[in-house]
Design a protein around this ligand. Structure first.
Ligand SMILES: [Mg+2]
Length: 434
């Protein structure tokens, strides 16, 4: 063998050594069962006030858009779908709830969206990577779920299903160690979290003690100049109602174009808007980059709610797309992936303000310094009072007091108890795991 060939052979051996299978230690507590649930009926899910997905709400809820104030969205250019987001199926898939049972009787719970299709993936594909494994080998299990689903997954539904499993594993880990999850991530960097409210009525949010408020943009490019004028009037009225100093943010839910966004930024400058959120569809990395380059105002730019995994967020960072990233911990790959996204963002000095996700976000935010603020959704039908983000899904979801969330140091895992009253397991076939 020539010396060149020997060198090549050595390089390959070092970089691609085959890993031996990871076996649980002899006395390890193992994963006994994995169960994935949806809410029993759509009506139940709506009456419960959303569960894991904020868009399963009763008719007339502000988050669906109202006659007075529609919500601009990617379907707004189609006349018959523009007035209500539920008309085109924003909540069609609904919630998924994963419960992992250990051999010592401990149960961990994780949630996401994806409904029955997510249950199918969990029960018929991912289950095989969980049963009999040590629940503390979370990186190992995440990597197998990711690699085994690359051929059909990478973003969206598949990563949401993986997220729910990952969060259930972290909940198990906290309960096994008898500690809150943030302590497993490295301990706390703050004692409480300041919250801004996502709502219909920012004045109500201010009166409830929130530190800022975000409201949806009503109209998009398809509504032309008339819509743009109505947008500015709405923003002006809201600014007037809350006074000059209360932080205000605007959510565009992927509804705009580059020219529309630049014009909007210019027109809202007098109203001191803190950030403009998710102006473009998530794959338009170049468009985001262009807006950030050409933005001459003091308004910050944000996105990330519909982005997935470290690879997606690295694209946003490498292309200098926004000033703040907003991964959803229950969608973007779970806690395992989101702590990598947090580390990546810190290297670019970009703060993270996670999208919703309640307790699952709070523990991440406690553990790392570059997550300065929490989002809290005001999901009561009129948007003027505080209710649990996940509806009746948990018995004890923590709520903000005067705009601050404080986690209970003595509760293990994510610190909540699942309410199983209305849960239904659509797929259960232990034979279909191979
Ligand atoms: Mg948003």
């Amino acid at each position: 063998m020539s010396s060149d060939l020997v060198r090549l052979h050595l390089k390959i051996s070092i970089n691609f050594a085959i890993l031996p299978d990871v076996e649980p230690d002899e006395n390890a507590i193992k994963i006994k069962d994995v169960r994935s649930y949806v809410i029993k009926s759509e009506e139940n899910e709506k009456l419960q006030g959303s569960s894991a997905y904020y868009h399963k709400q009763v008719e007339g809820h502000w988050i669906d858009g109202t006659d007075q104030w529609p919500i601009a969205n990617p379907m707004s250019l189609y006349q018959k779908y523009k007035s209500r987001r539920n008309s085109w199926g924003i909540g069609a898939l609904g919630s998924v709830i994963v419960e992992i049972e250990l051999t010592n009787g401990i149960n961990g719970v994780g949630i996401s969206i994806g409904g029955q299709p997510a249950c199918y993936l969990i029960e018929y594909h991912f289950r095989r990577f969980l049963i009999g494994e040590d629940p503390l080998n979370i990186e190992y299990i995440w990597d197998m779920m990711w690699r085994s689903s690359i051929n059909y997954g990478r973003k969206g539904l598949t990563i949401q299903a993986i997220s729910a499993i990952d969060l259930a594993l972290w909940d198990c880990a906290g309960k096994l160690r008898n500690e809150p999850v943030y302590k497993l991530l490295g301990g706390k960097t703050k004692n409480s979290l300041p919250c801004y409210a996502t709502c219909y009525n920012p004045l109500a949010a201010k009166n409830l003690g929130f530190k800022g408020a975000k409201f949806p943009l009503p109209y998009g490019p398809a509504d032309g100049d008339h819509g743009l004028i109505k947008n500015i009037q709405r923003i002006k009225d809201i600014r007037f109602s809350v006074g000059n100093d209360f932080p205000l943010m605007i959510d565009c839910y992927m509804s705009l174009t580059v020219p529309y966004t630049l014009k909007l930024l210019e027109l809202i400058q007098p109203y001191n808007i803190k950030w403009l959120e998710e102006a473009l569809p998530p794959d338009q990395y170049n468009g985001y980059s262009q807006i950030k380059k050409e933005n001459r105002t003091t308004c910050l730019l944000t996105c990330g709610e519909h982005e997935y995994t470290r690879w997606g967020f690295k694209l946003l960072l490498d292309n200098y797309c926004v000033d703040i990233l907003q991964p959803d911990v229950t969608w973007a790959g779970g806690l395992t992936e989101c702590r990598r996204i947090v580390a990546l963002a810190s290297a670019y000095d970009i703060p993270i303000v996670p999208h919703g996700s309640s307790i699952y976000s709070y523990h991440l935010q406690y553990a790392f310094p570059n997550l300065p603020m929490s989002e809290f959704l005001l999901l009561s039908p009129n948007g003027d009072s505080i209710s649990p983000i996940f509806g009746q899904l948990f018995h004890d979801e923590p709520l903000p007091i005067n705009g601050w969330i404080t986690l209970d140091t003595y509760k293990s895992g994510f610190g909540v108890t699942l309410n199983k009253t209305n849960l239904f397991r659509p797929y259960f076939n232990q034979n279909r795991t191979k």
